[in-house]
Structure formats: C-alpha cells, structure tokens
Design a protein around this ligand. Structure first.
Ligand code: WTA
Length: 665
C-alpha cells in the first residue's frame, strides 16, 4: 500500500453530520441507537441475528440453532434446520399483502422509450411460468443453471425461478470473453444455460448466443439452452438442445401457480465466481437462509429502505452487488427496484439523471468509477434534471476518493444528502462496513464503521493486532449470516480465507483505523487488481500473457488511473527470437481481451529484457508495482535481495519513455 495514499488520507479532516430531515422516521436514528445495536450483537449475537431473520423473512419452519460456525475449521452454518424459499420471500408473500399491485421491478431499456414494469403480482406469474418450464426441462433442486443474460427483466425472473425450484443459479457477466464464460459454465457443471440472442450496447446488438455456441463444445454438462429474444438478431438454434424462451412459455396449459420448493436454510441459493488468486475463478457459494437474511438486513438498514421508496442500484446482475442489492435485498423487503440495461454515457452522459427524474428515484447506489467518469464529463449534464427526489446516495466497489465524494455530495446530493460508502465483497454476501445514513458522522473517503454485528480488525503481517493506525490486513473476527458457506469444489481455497490468522476471516484488503474508529480502505494486499470496481486476478492475466507464443515471462501489477481507480500494467519479457514491436503490443492486448474480456485488457504493456528477481528466482512485484505507480528510482526500497539489481535502471527508463509515448529501447 502506498505511503502517499496513507498520508493523503491522514490529512482528510472534513466530516459531515447526518441530515436532520428524515431522521425522525429513519430506521436507525442516532449514534446512540447504533451503539446500542452493536452492544446487543456483541453480548447476545444469536438473539440479534435470530431477531433480524424472524423480522425480515418468512420461514416455513423455524431453525433449531441460529449458528454453528467455527472459523478454525472452517465451518459456516446459519439457521440450522430452518426452512424457507428465497422466491417465496421475494415475491409470493408480497402478493398476499397490500403490495400486490405495487411496482416490484421497473426496467429501463437502453433506448429511452423502452420501459417495462412488473407489479409483484405480475412478477409472481412470470416466475411461476418459468419455474414450471424449468421443471418441464427436468431441472431439479441442486442442479446448476448458468445465466448468461443482459440486464433485462428475464434475468431477474430466471434467478427467482431457479430459487423457486431450488436450482442453483450462476450468473455470468456478459462482458467476459469466451474463456471466462467457458470456465464458469464448465466449473459449475451447469445442465442448462439461459442466454439471449444479443446484448444491446450503444444502440447496436452484440451477439451472445453465437459466443455461447463456440463455448459449449467444451462444456459437456450442458444439456439445454434457453434463448431469450432480446434484439431480433439471427441465431443458429441447435435441434434438440436450443429452445426459444418465448416458445417454452407460450403454453396456455401452464398453471398460474407453481409451488415453491421448501429449502433448507443451508441449501445453496447461488454460486458466483470471483477472480481467484490461483488464476482459476473462485466459485463462491451462498446459502439460502443466511445470505437472504443478510441481504435483506443490510438493504434495510444501510439504505434506510422504506415501502414508499424507489430504489436504484446500477450494478449488473453478473456481479454480487446486482444479486444482493438489485434483486434479493430490495425484493425480499417488498421495495420497488429499478433495473437499467444501458450505460451512463450513451447516448449522452445525462442518462442516470434522466432516470432519477423520470422514476423519481429516492435511493441511488452506484460505483466510484461511474461517478468519476460523469464528473469528468462536466456538471452541466446534471443541470436540467430534477434530482430532488433523492434522499440517500451510495457507493461500492472501490475507494470513493474524496474528490469524487465531494462531487457526488455537492452536485447530486445538493450538499445535503448522506453518502453511504459501503465496503464488502462477493464472499461477504452483503455490506460489512458502511455509514448508516441517519446515524453516522461521515468522513469523505472513509467507509466509517462496521455495521452492528460485524467485528472487524486490523492485523499486521506477523499476526499481531496493534497496527490499526498504521494500517494492515483487514480481517473479520466473528461470523455473520452473509458469509459464503464454501467455495464450489475447492475446499482448500475456502480454507485459505481462514488459515492466515487463526479465528479470523481474511478479506485480502488493507485498511487503517483512525482515532475515531473510522476505517479507511487502502486497497488489495493480495494479487487482485480492482479495475473500475471489478476484481481481477493478476496471476490470471499473467498466465494468459504467458500462454501467448511470443511471451516468455510476464508480471502484472496495478497502476493508478484517474477514472478506473486502478488499471493494469504488464511487464512482458518476450522469447529470445521475438522482437519488441508496437504490433506485438497491440496483439497482446487483443489476446488478453479475447481470453478474459475487455476489462482485463492492459492499460500499458512494457517490454523488458528481464524481470527483477530474487536470488531464489521469485519475481519482485513490489518493485514493479512501485515503478508503475510513478515512484522514482531512489524510492524503490530495498533492492539488495535482487539477483540482478542493474535491470531496474533499464526498466525504469523504459517506463519513463512509455509514459511520454516513446517506445522502449
Ligand atoms: C473493493 C464488490 C474500497 C475491495 C461488492 C474488496 C472497496 C473488493 C469498496 C470486492 C469500498 C469494495 N471501498 N474498496 N467501498 N467496496 N471494495 O468481490 O478491494 O467484486 O475486497 O465485491 O472490492 O470486490 P467484489
């Protein structure tokens, strides 16, 4: 973690009191209430979570034991013996209440005039029909279903239909290249894939189904493919395997109701792959009872979500944020959730503000990279829109730097709205550290405090816990219901989160805590890079580079980036017979893009004759990271352990050349 970043954080002394307006009716109204809840969760953890689970969800059968957890083993079991169904909680129970005709899901298509809205009753009918159709395809409880779909309502319906019959969905972001899609489908052993002909981007359809056709030759577990017609493009339908979604549902004999399966609290609800440090994606498993409790709990407290709110989370459902805060959290609370198919800047950079005005959005949850890119486009794009319906702003995915915080607060929040900068991870299921909008004294750049029930801490590399102020590894010391229950077919990987510091969950992030107990996230301590809020693994990118015939060795490190937060800097040593050239640089970029996806495409590729290594032959990434971050030659730290320290000067000079647009050598 860079010392400069720590220094600049230390100088951040602005702070904001919670707004008065709305406080009286807020769910958590003051610091005193927050403290009391923390105390309750500390002294009687089981009762705290039991009370939340009872208040938030409908259980077919209550649990016998609140938790049976042990970080040393590790064992994560919540609401043992309890039975429930996630789709029942997100849909069925609302149609027997006053919410029946309330808008559950409002979809804004990429084109302005394309809007679809589902009441809870309408959502129920669609979910039942799709559940019946999946059942007709012989998809059963525990089967995996891969959802490779754009941001269209069918995606939400498919997730809930899987949950209804107990199938485990595994969502795949449509921006991944073939390799990423293939490994996720293959690793999960999916029997069914649901996809669309194409995804709309910038007014043009981009094919999905034809990508899938290439991939499925290597995924023997897949028996059927359901295809949603999104863009009326031509696709090949393989006889006996591929079925149009519309054809399957266009069956007037389907009943309006389809029963939901009673699931054990510990049955998996979904698997979501995140970048693993080993180069292979990690299939994070989330359970039905613990996960859903935690998603509902955090959505209600962090966003102060009320029945009258229109709530918009801008994340894609291919990421955990879309799961917890577009679908499961808000729908289990009976809220109105907005889904947007497009991007913030197409056709113009006013798209978000137009949507806020159009649907009178009350709560907006987005990402720092979006805020920074809109900030760069200029504040005038917000001018013509009435943003006065907003009452809470949220951020997730990467550090919200104080400049972006101020812009968000000043121009979108009109200097009044609280910003909840929420820290969490795919593995944590829901928000862990965050302000509560009406109770927390907010400091721009800090994620403030752990939520009640979350016991966070900072550990130094040697396992002592006295480095909170200087910074160290961010750990969680006590189980919480949202924590993943395992890693799919990889128990060793699951263990790796718990074995570095006994009794602690290791987040992989660095953080420090100031005198007032506020947490400041300093970035990843492991080999992950956070590009525009998307976690990528450096070793995965390195192995792809090395797989290219021209490449001998590669080292990938993060570099600071104005909009993306972090970007990818790759050092490449080519094979002996290969020349350094612009053509090769281009080719390597395209190669990475084709193997992992556009997100992983290196911002800069620097050719080196040799990578800096220790005497034992380990690449010293620490130094390469410093160079890519713009540190000068003198501040690279201890270089005496290098086998050939003289290579550094060359690497550094070439770094400078590339920076001004001259090729190396
Ligand atoms: C980073 C996304 C700073 C962090 C929900 C974490 C953040 C990784 C924040 C998880 C935040 C997330 N401030 N950094 N508010 N939120 N991160 O699994 O490095 O896609 O470990 O989950 O994003 O990324 P993931």
């Amino acid at each position: 973690m860079s010392q400069d970043r720590i220094k600049s954080l230390l100088h951040e002394d602005r702070s904001y009191l919670p707004p008065r307006h709305g406080k009286d009716v807020a769910r958590i109204r003051s610091r005193r209430e927050y403290d009391a809840l923390c105390e309750l969760a500390r002294t009687d953890n089981d009762s705290f979570w039991a009370e939340r689970a009872r208040a938030l969800l409908h259980w077919f059968k209550p649990w016998d034991k609140v938790q049976d957890t042990d970080f040393n083993e590790p064992r994560v079991r919540w609401f043992v013996g309890g039975r429930l169904n996630a789709a029942y909680n997100c849909v069925d129970r609302h149609i027997i209440s006053d919410r029946r005709n309330k808008a559950a899901l409002i979809w804004q298509g990429e084109r302005e005039m394309e809007v679809r809205a589902y009441t809870y009753q309408m959502l129920y009918t669609d979910v039942c029909r799709v559940a019946a159709a999946l059942n007709a395809l012989n998809i059963k409880k525990g089967d995996r279903v891969a959802l490779y779909l754009p941001m269209i309502p069918e995606l939400v319906v498919a997730m809930l239909a899987c949950a209804r019959i107990g199938a485990v969905h595994t969502n795949i972001f449509t921006g991944y290249a073939d390799g990423g899609v293939q490994s996720r489908i293959h690793d999960s052993g999916a029997r069914l894939v649901i996809t669309a002909d194409a995804v709309m981007r910038g007014g043009e359809p981009k094919p999905l189904k034809s990508n899938l056709d290439r991939i499925l030759n290597h995924c023997p577990s897949v028996e059927k493919v359901l295809v949603v017609n999104r863009a009326n493009t031509e696709v090949n339908m393989l006889k006996g395997r591929d079925i149009w979604w519309q054809d399957l549902l266009d069956d007037f004999t389907l009943d309006a109701d389809f029963p939901c399966v009673s699931m054990d609290a510990e049955d998996p609800l979904f698997i979501l792959h995140t970048s693993g440090s080993t180069g292979r994606p990690t299939g994070v498993i989330h359970s039905t009872g613990g996960y859903l409790t935690y998603a509902a709990h955090t959505a209600q407290w962090v966003f102060d979500l009320k029945d009258t709110d229109v709530y918009w989370c801008t994340a894609d459902c291919g990421w955990i944020t879309g799961h917890s805060y577009l679908v499961y959290g808000p729908l289990s609370l009976g809220a109105t959730t907005i889904m947007f198919e497009g991007t913030p800047t197409w056709p113009r950079p006013d798209r978000y503000w137009r949507i806020v005005e159009k649907f009178r959005v009350n709560i907006l949850y987005t990402a720092p990279t979006v805020i920074r890119s809109l900030m760069r486009q200029g504040v005038e794009w917000t001018n013509h829109y009435d943003l006065s319906s907003l009452r809470i702003l949220g951020s997730v995915g990467e550090p919200l730097n104080p400049e972006a915080w101020m812009w968000y607060h000043t121009y979108i929040g009109k200097g009044e709205l609280p910003i909840v900068d929420t820290w969490w991870q795919t593995e944590s299921g829901g928000i862990m550290l965050s302000p509560l909008p009406y109770a927390t004294h907010i400091k721009p750049g800090s994620v403030t405090k752990p939520l009640p029930g979350i016991e966070a801490g900072i550990m130094s590399g040697d396992g002592s816990d006295d480095c909170a102020q200087e910074g160290g590894h961010l750990v969680i010391r006590k189980p919480w219901p949202g924590l993943m229950t395992g890693v799919f077919q990889n128990p060793e990987k699951f263990k790796s989160y718990f074995n570095r510091f006994p009794g602690c969950y290791l987040s992989g992030d660095g953080a420090r805590v100031d005198e007032e107990g506020n947490y400041w996230i300093l970035g990843r301590m492991d080999d992950a890079i956070n590009v525009s809020g998307h976690r990528l693994s450096t070793s995965e990118i390195e192995s792809v580079l090395i797989a290219h015939p021209a490449v001998g060795e590669a080292a990938v490190v993060p570099m600071p980036h104005e909009i993306k937060g972090e970007a990818i800097y790759a050092y490449v040593a080519v094979k002996k017979e290969v020349e350094w050239s612009e053509t090769l640089r281009k080719e390597l970029r395209t190669w990475v893009r084709s193997q992992i996806g556009a997100l992983a495409s290196p911002e800069q590729i620097q050719f080196v004759s040799e990578l800096p290594k220790t005497l034992s032959g380990k690449t010293v990434r620490r130094i390469l990271r410093k160079i890519a971050s713009g540190d000068n030659l003198e501040s690279l730290g201890d270089t005496t352990t290098l086998a050939h320290p003289e290579v550094l000067e060359d690497i550094y000079n070439n770094y400078l050349k590339l920076k001004v647009g001259q090729p190396e050598k």
